[in-house]
Design a protein around this ligand. Structure first.
Ligand SMILES: [Zn+2]
Length: 570
């Protein structure tokens, strides 16, 4: 018998079998129950997150002849859609059939009534790969589709699709499958296939697949092919050239304990095994990040790679400041890989740098910076402000080691509710809509080296309010909110906002929790007529200046720090 790939065998067949994507499943289910079917759907999202699977389930649900269970998986329509033989379900892979002829051909047939089911469903995968001619032909059909036709367009790159098509579709954004869901599904499959597999392997698979269920199952396939019925950690590590979490934590421990000798030894063996240094670097960042998130939240649900105990050990080994510094150094090193021939050399230097607590780099540069500080270029302003805020803090470290001093520097104050209310007063709806539209294009930037840092920080945010010069965004984690506000203080989003939002804007971040308080406060102030005046920012190339609002001066100085603001008289 020919071997069938796991992801084919275990494709979800009903809405209930889908891993993740709850909001999409719920909405589509309701649409079927209430007979509110649109004529065109756009499914966007990363690869392997269930777009075409859900498209097929939806096609079944609307053609199923059972009254109660949809899809029933027993009627003729359900069965033939599942095995791919239904004449009314037309699947097109635009990546291989992107010619205008195919689309014309398709359109020719659109007008004929369905043969067996109630609806003809065209599922067009990777629709962004279609040629412009084909796209235009498709557009005409989508504009005036016959009542019995439904289009489901799937894409990993929605920004490449004509806005005229997007506006005619009901859009659904698929998210990466959460690791918990993925782990559940992998265990279920292992049980059914009667395969022994260490838990650690499952954890590694979810990391490697980065939220893509199909990738996860392909990796599992490879492991099975390699190790048969008993998969162990060393197997997957051999196949993929990676370290176990424990090995990575050991390496971090060596750095923290400043054991340079053992550390170099370990790198040596990593290099000899041909492991992927780039991946190792991002993995290290992820582990540190998770430990920090855990330290702030104590919420084990937010742990994906680490176990609670591992996070606790790491948190005990290195204080917050140390871990933030390590992340910075890893990130800088990752940037350098772009131009580096010898990655392992950079990686070694990176770890050695972390063993040095005294931040020599900053103090050595100080005299030089003092000389050029009059020069008002953005970079020098940033550096000088860094130094002035850093120095008193460093003295603290030397004098009072036992104090939880890292709190002082890293517990960045959240934005004051009153201040955000002022931002809301100055915001407007058309600008918010523009920003929301542009913001949808953020994902590709996460892969571009020039923008990856900024895009990754912002990508999971939701726009709460916008004006011509700023944007208030909601994020789930306080850590992220703090980091974004901190970066914005240094104007680090000005270039990226110009690229993404087409206007240079400041980015203010709040947690969803805080956004609720703020909305309540805003409503209250509005109803009793006590809304404050709007805050205005004046945008200049590369710098953003605050225009003075006398009563708010204190708040603003507090918010941005004196170094970063030029106050001008109105
Ligand atoms: Zn059925």
């Amino acid at each position: 018998m020919a071997y069938k790939a796991l992801y084919r065998t275990y494709r979800p067949n009903t809405f209930d079998e889908v891993a993740g994507q709850e909001h999409i499943v719920r909405t589509l289910k309701n649409a079927v129950i209430q007979h509110k079917i649109a004529h065109a759907y756009l499914f966007c999202g990363p690869r392997g997150t269930g777009k075409t699977s859900i498209a097929k389930i939806f096609a079944k649900a609307i053609n199923c002849t059972d009254k109660n269970q949809i899809p029933c998986m027993e009627c003729e329509n359900c069965l033939s859609i599942t095995d791919g033989t239904h004449p009314d379900i037309i699947e097109i892979d635009a990546a291989s059939n992107n010619g205008i002829d195919e689309v014309r051909n398709l359109i020719e047939k659109v007008k004929y009534a369905p043969i067996k089911g109630k609806y003809k469903v065209y599922i067009i995968d990777e629709v962004h790969m279609m040629s412009p001619g084909a796209f235009n032909a498709l557009l005409k059909t989508i504009e005036e589709p016959p009542a019995h036709v439904i289009f489901i367009l799937a894409t990993t790159e929605p920004h490449k699709i004509l806005p005229t098509i997007i506006s005619r579709c009901q859009r659904y954004d698929f998210t990466k499958v959460p690791s918990k869901e993925m782990i559940k599904r992998i265990h279920l499959i292992l049980d059914k296939e009667q395969i022994q597999c260490e838990d650690e392997v499952v954890r590694i698979i979810t990391q490697l697949s980065d939220g893509g269920m199909r990738d996860a199952l392909s990796i599992l396939d490879q492991c099975i092919a390699y190790a048969q019925n008993d998969i162990k950690v060393e197997h997957i590590n051999e196949i993929y050239g990676i370290l176990t979490i424990k090995e990575k934590l050991d390496l971090l421990s060596l750095v923290i304990q400043k054991d340079a000798k053992q550390c170099m030894k370990m790198i040596q063996s990593i290099v000899e095994k041909g492991m992927d240094i780039k991946r190792l670097t991002t993995d290290m960042i992820d582990l540190l990040k998770e430990s920090i998130i855990y330290e702030y939240t104590k919420d084990i649900c937010l742990l994906h790679s680490l176990h609670k105990e591992e996070a606790e050990i790491l948190n005990k080994e290195a204080d917050l400041k140390k871990r933030f510094d390590m992340i910075d150094i890893f990130m800088d090193t990752y940037d350098k890989y772009r131009t580096a021939g010898d990655l392992s050399g950079y990686f070694e230097i990176c770890l050695l740098k972390m063993m040095d607590d005294h931040k020599n780099i900053v103090s050595e540069q100080a005299p030089m910076i003092n000389k050029i500080v009059q020069n008002v270029s953005r970079e020098t302003l940033e550096l000088s402000s860094d130094i002035s805020s850093e120095e008193p803090y460093q003295n603290d470290i030397e004098t009072s080691i036992q104090e939880p001093i890292q709190e002082k520097k890293y517990s960045i104050e959240p934005l004051k509710d009153e201040f955000v209310v002022q931002l809301l007063v100055g915001a407007n709806k058309p600008e918010k809509q523009l920003d929301q539209e542009n913001f949808k294009n953020i994902l590709p930037y996460t892969m571009e080296l020039d923008w990856a840092k900024e895009a990754n920080l912002l990508k999971n945010g939701k726009i709460m309010a916008s004006s011509e010069t700023y944007c208030v965004m909601i994020f789930e984690s306080q850590v992220l909110v703090n980091e974004i506000n901190e970066k914005d203080k240094k104007n680090e989003f000005s270039k990226f906002s110009k690229e993404l939002l087409k206007k240079q804007k400041k980015i203010f971040a709040v947690t969803s929790e805080q956004s609720k308080h703020i909305t309540d406060l805003f409503r209250k102030k509005m109803s009793d007529g006590s809304l404050p005046e709007a805050i205005r920012f004046q945008m200049k190339e590369e710098t953003i200046e605050k225009i003075k609002e006398p009563t708010q001066e204190e708040i603003i100085l507090d918010l941005f720090g004196k170094e970063n603001i030029v106050i001008t008289e109105d």
